[in-house]
Write a new protein. Structure first.
Length: 197
């Protein structure tokens, strides 16, 4: 082997050794980069999983809350329906009382609402027709207890039941519906307490 071949072989051996070292370092760096990327990917994946779990839990919580709200709203709506039906049934029962009980109840309402003034009391045509013979005297006695007088109007009013008191230019609606409507909140509370407590 000549001197030139020896030098060429040495250069090639050195270049090969240097290339192997560069490849070894490149592989080492690539492995480090891959390890770092894998670690970063695992961190990102863990973060995504944690956020996803949090989002799922938050969604479950919102769905549960929405279900609970719907249940409570629906329960309340149904209770209100039942209460309204009971109050309407009570109204119908009062309206269908026999004449003696009905006019006895009206007498108590007159006693409660009569003023210490001169006034007029108006009934429906239906109630005027079925009014007991002595009811006019009972009206007068109830008004007298309050310190006033009530004259039975000869003209009927277009009302379903009950009566209207007229004092001067002021009218007080004492129909059964008006009484029920004015006491609706108290009646709802009483029915609610009876049915759902």
């Amino acid at each position: 082997m000549t001197g030139l071949e020896k030098i060429t072989d040495q250069i090639l051996a050195g270049a090969k050794q240097e290339a192997e070292e560069i490849l070894r370092q490149a592989k080492s760096q690539a492995n480090e980069i891959l390890a770092a990327a894998k670690l970063k990917a695992e961190e990102i994946t863990a973060g995504i999983q944690k956020k996803s779990a949090s989002d799922v839990e938050s969604c479950r919580s919102r769905v549960a809350s929405a279900n609970d709200l719907f249940y409570r709203t629906e329960t309340l709506r149904r209770k209100q329906e039942v209460i309204a039906q009971v109050i309407e049934a009570a109204y119908e029962k009062v309206c269908s009382m026999d004449a003696a009980d009905y006019f006895g109840m009206l007498e108590k309402i007159i006693e409660k609402n009569a003023l210490a003034q001169d006034g007029e009391i108006c009934f429906s045509q239906k109630d005027l027709k079925r009014m007991p013979a002595d009811f006019k005297d009972r009206i007068s006695a109830a008004a007298k207890k309050a310190g006033g007088t009530l004259t039975l109007s000869k003209e009927s009013r277009k009302i379903e039941n009950g009566f209207v008191l007229v004092y001067g230019g002021m009218e007080e609606n004492c129909t059964i519906r008006a009484i029920f409507d004015s006491r609706r909140d108290a009646l709802q509370d009483q029915v609610n307490a009876l049915l759902f407590s």
